[in-house]
Design a binder for this molecule. Structure first.
Ligand SMILES: Cc1cc2nc3c(=O)[nH]c(=O)nc-3n(C[C@H](O)[C@H](O)[C@H](O)COP(=O)(O)O)c2cc1C
Length: 247
């Protein structure tokens, strides 16, 4: 039997991301977040508009999305309830947040130079995605249950660093999902993922089928033509009007 409930939060379980961004003084901020999802080489981040990370993304337009594995929960926990903002926003003060100038030092993670962007990577994270900001817009403006002003930040990944431990044997460019153990957050608690349940039907066929840009020659031309036709046929650039809140 289902019950109608009104949970305070809807954090159903998503990977933790340590977002590294550039502070005004040139140092790197490092902030845990988990409202993130990927499509293609783009990623959408849901962020508190008042956070240092949002400020930094607006100003510098660059970041690194460091994905911790489940054995890094302790490092992430050290960053919880901290902000790089010198002036801690009131709603965060009420939640017990404090200012932390050097988040890398606070986390115990090792800063590492990036290749295409200025913010530093977190060396211990098996996945580090260098990215640039494509779009920042308000999020959930019409949602009366949204507690703080929020933004959604679309970033485009420009470099993917993956540790050899998580790569599929015999494939230079494939992550082995049996070896990649992301740290997940569900309702503010940390989890790892379980073992693979069964063979996935979606997982049949080569991953490259999702990446027409990887093909060369005739196959590449056909892929490009298909992408162009799909864009023309299905669009994807329009903005829809928000629906009224159902009662
Ligand atoms: C595991 C975890 C997940 C979090 N997820 C988010 C999130 O998705 N979006 C967000 O705005 N804040 C999230 N937070 C809170 C941020 O870490 C917090 O806003 C912090 O102040 C950001 O740091 P900054 O102000 O230095 O950018 C999360 C915190 C933790 C510990």
């Amino acid at each position: 039997m289902h019950h109608l409930i009104e949970p305070a939060i809807q954090y159903w379980g998503t990977p933790v991301v340590l977002v590294s961004t550039l502070n005004e003084d040139g140092s790197s901020n490092l902030a845990p977040m988990s409202s993130a999802w990927w499509l293609g080489w783009s990623c959408m981040l849901g962020l508190d508009a008042s956070s240092q990370t949002t400020d930094n993304l607006r100003r510098s337009g660059q970041c690194v999305l460091n994905l911790p594995s489940d054995n890094l929960a302790e490092a992430v926990n050290r960053l919880a309830l901290t902000t790089g903002s010198r002036s801690v926003p009131v709603h965060k003060k009420l939640l017990g947040y404090r200012h932390e100038a050097d988040k890398f030092a606070a986390s115990g993670l090792t800063p590492q130079a990036s290749e295409a962007v200025a913010p530093l990577r977190a060396q211990e994270c098996p996945v580090q995605l260098e990215a640039v900001v494509e779009d920042i817009r308000p999020f959930a403006r019409r949602d009366p249950r949204m507690g703080v002003p929020a933004v959604c930040v679309e970033v485009r990944i420009v470099k993917v660093h993956a540790h050899s431990d998580i790569l599929m044997q015999g494939h230079a460019h494939r992550v082995d999902p049996d070896r990649w153990h992301p740290l997940l957050m569900s309702f503010r608690e940390f989890y790892g993922r379980g073992e693979r349940l069964q063979k996935s039907r979606l997982g049949r066929g080569p991953e490259e089928a999702y990446a027409p840009w990887k093909h060369t020659g005739l196959k590449g031309l056909a892929g490009k033509a298909l992408v162009a036709w799909s864009r023309h046929r299905y669009g994807g650039s329009e903005r829809t009007q928000g629906a009224e809140t159902p009662s």
